[in-house]
Design a protein around this ligand. Structure first.
Ligand SMILES: Cc1cc2nc3c(=O)[nH]c(=O)nc-3n(C[C@H](O)[C@H](O)[C@H](O)COP(=O)(O)OP(=O)(O)OC[C@H]3O[C@@H](n4cnc5c(N)ncnc54)[C@H](O)[C@@H]3O)c2cc1C
Length: 236
């Protein structure tokens, strides 16, 4: 369903690697729309002699980041819209449509919330756990974050600081192609198998590309996690 379009200005770009950037957009018409952490915006990009291309991007920031949204985007080789994003400069204005989507935290909340992402899949989950922590949520939250290289982890410093500030927030990065990394290595699926084999009291929220999400769901179900304790957003 089409939603209202909002003009926004690109005010800052955080570059995490040659292919991953976090874009900060300020709303030009105030106040910003309300949204539920986990929702996305639709972005439409004109294409010569063809229909415009529309692509969804999860809102990577929580609602309390005033009058702005952040979009954490991976540059896909040959990708039309992601390449367009990577051509934007600070000061450029674009339009976003939204908020859209139903990927939200399910009530009642369990004893333990387990968030799992790879790469830019952190986007909707960051909005969700930052929102919970901002509102004083006290039960354990674990974020398992898979990336290829240790020097290209999006939001790594912020996540370390968040874990320092909130004793109930546990940040578990894992690296699949380590160079000089003393922390966890390997895929998120293996880490979950080793550290969270007991499903009792845990709800899992997953975001990433289809193969990772499917694989992890199968792993969790194999461990005895109920289907309705697993929520996910798959990106194709
Ligand atoms: C609900 C939802 C939320 C999303 N949120 C985000 C987000 O926050 N950040 C983000 O970066 N993406 C997100 N995506 C994916 C995004 O919508 C686009 O699909 C992605 O940016 C590629 O679009 P494109 O036009 O650049 O590539 P296209 O022109 O559509 O694709 C070019 C080629 O790349 C392949 N391809 C497409 N996507 C990928 C990929 N991710 N990795 C490898 N190859 C790929 C295609 O199969 C095709 O061959 C989301 C998707 C959904 C469904």
């Amino acid at each position: 369903m089409a939603k209202e379009k909002y003009p926004v200005r690109l005010t800052k770009i955080d570059e995490y690697s040659t292919t991953v950037r976090n874009f900060h957009f300020e709303f030009l018409q105030k106040p910003r729309f309300d949204f539920i952490p986990g929702q996305f915006v639709m972005v439409e990009v004109p294409k010569e002699n063809e229909k415009p291309v529309r692509k969804p991007y999860s809102i990577a920031s929580p609602p309390h980041f005033a009058n702005k949204i952040e979009l954490c985007i991976k540059l896909v080789e040959g990708g039309f819209v992601s390449t367009w994003f990577f051509g934007l400069k600070v000061g450029d204005d674009i339009e976003v449509e939204g908020p859209l989507g139903v990927f939200r935290i399910k009530e009642p909340l369990p004893e333990h919330l387990l968030f799992v992402a790879t790469g830019t899949g952190i986007a909707p989950l960051r909005a969700q756990f930052e929102d919970l922590l901002e509102h004083g949520y006290q039960k354990p939250i674990t974020f398992v974050f898979g990336n290829r290289y240790e020097n290209e982890i999006p939001f790594h410093d912020e996540l370390l600081a968040l874990a320092k500030k909130h004793s109930n927030f546990h940040y578990l990065p894992t690296i699949s192609r380590p160079k000089n990394w003393s922390g966890q290595t390997g895929y998120v699926q293996d880490l979950i198998k080793n550290k969270f084999p007991d499903s009792k009291g845990i709800h899992v929220y997953i975001c990433g590309l289809v193969p990772m999400v499917n694989d992890l769901k199968a792993t969790l179900e194999g461990l005895g996690y109920e289907k309705d304790a697993i929520r996910f957003e798959k990106w194709t």
